[in-house]
Write a protein that binds this ligand. Structure first.
Ligand code: ADP
Ligand code: MG
Length: 357
């Protein structure tokens, strides 16, 4: 059974509906990410689950128990916020022990549990230190140790890594995922960072204005976005107008894209003549040189921008129709096409995976 069930959850602030009948099941031991732009209601969902806000309607069930009207401290749920607010005058040990002491756990039991939690985040040697003697990343790890020390059923993490600088954030993403596996605790992680969501999650919920736009694995969300909003939110995309020609099989149709026939991945019920939007990720496109007099095997255009990114060489190609196409190719200096220069005429080709959105 799911460890958390949200049923028809609704919440308004100042007469404005922020969460509108949200249904969501979270599986036991899952790393679930709620991803969406700022202001879409992610924090509100976490605060409702934690019990810091009361729902206007709907039900919250945690581990089989209806907690909708139960106060926060009885919900078996802990939260790690972006600003982790350690007590500055207390040692690392006392910060982590704080919750257990509040719960009147015996001091003899507190010691091993705090040290176990600190070992989990590799900070056991730092137990006697004060927060100001730690780096930002170490302080964040103390906050996580503090949140897992009383073995909650569910840990809620609200943009918990967003305040860290890029390199540390990358490292903490890996550590947090490993910790979650080790602990077996269900994590509900909130972020507006699509890369973070893709790299950490078992499952991603993409939210927009209080609604779920898509619910799926990182691969499903990236490769088969349910709509344009999700496609645009997760990574770079090219969107083209196309006209369906015929269905080839369950998952593919033939369509006319910018005057050229293309096979397109499509499970939606579309018919011949339908106008659709199709997308193509920049990394699914290749540029081919056009020799004199040849038409080339693709859409014809001119290179307008060329950016070396280390791993990839990115281009913007302007098609004869005026449409701009973003292209991202693996950088390989032995590839003769690397010499494509600005203004050059090229054929834009693709390695299938067009997607109707
Ligand atoms: P997110 O975490 O996705 O950025 P929030 O859940 O914080 O979004 O906020 C969603 C919307 O609800 C925002 O428009 C915000 O201004 C509003 N909101 C959140 N909390 C309150 C509150 N306590 N009072 C009034 N409006 C609020
Ligand atoms: Mg928020």
């Amino acid at each position: 059974a799911p460890v958390i069930q949200l049923k028809g959850l609704s919440k308004s602030f100042d007469g404005k509906q922020i969460i509108a009948g949200l249904d969501l099941n979270v599986n036991d031991g899952e790393f679930l990410t709620i991803l969406g732009p700022s202001g879409c209601g992610k924090t509100t969902v976490l605060r409702l689950i934690a019990g810091f806000e009361n729902a206007d309607a709907g039900q919250i069930i945690i581990a089989g128990k209806d907690v909708t009207d139960i106060p926060a401290e009885q919900r078996n749920v802990n939260t790690v916020f972006q600003s982790y607010a350690l007590f500055p005058h207390m040692t690392v040990f006392d910060n982590v022990a704080f919750g257990l002491r509040m719960q009147k756990v015996a001091e003899s039991e507190i010691e091993p549990r705090v040290m176990e939690a600190l070992r989990m985040v590799q900070l056991d040697k730092f137990a006697p230190r004060k927060p100001h003697q730690l780096s930002g990343g170490q302080q964040q790890r103390v906050a996580i140790a503090r949140a897992v020390v009383n073995k909650p059923k569910v840990l809620l993490l609200d943009e918990s890594l967003s305040a860290l600088d890029y390199k540390l954030r990358k490292q903490m993403q890996i550590e947090l995922k490993q910790l979650q596996r080790k602990l077996g605790i269900t994590f509900i992680f909130v972020t507006h960072d699509q890369e973070e969501a893709l790299s950490m999650s078992d499952r991603i919920i993409v939210m927009r204005s209080g609604n779920i736009e898509q619910d799926g694995s990182p691969r499903e969300i990236y490769e088969e976005p349910a709509n344009l909003f999700v496609a645009r939110f997760i990574g770079e995309i090219n969107v083209f107008d196309a006209v369906v020609k015929e269905r080839l099989d369950e998952s593919r149709v033939l369509a006319n894209v910018e005057g050229r026939h293309a096979m397109i991945h499509c499970k939606l019920p579309v018919n011949s003549g339908d106008k659709v939007k199709v997308m193509l990720r920049p990394e699914d496109i290749r540029l081919e040189e056009i020799n004199n007099g040849e038409d080339g095997n693709g859409l014809i255009g001119y290179i307008r921008e060329r950016t070396y990114k280390g791993m990839t060489l990115d281009s913007v190609v302007e098609l004869e129709s005026g449409t701009s196409v973003m292209v991202s190719e693996f950088f390989n200096e032995d590839d003769p096409d690397v010499d494509h220069s600005l203004g050059q005429k090229v054929a834009v080709t693709w390695v299938e995976s067009w997607e109707v959105v």
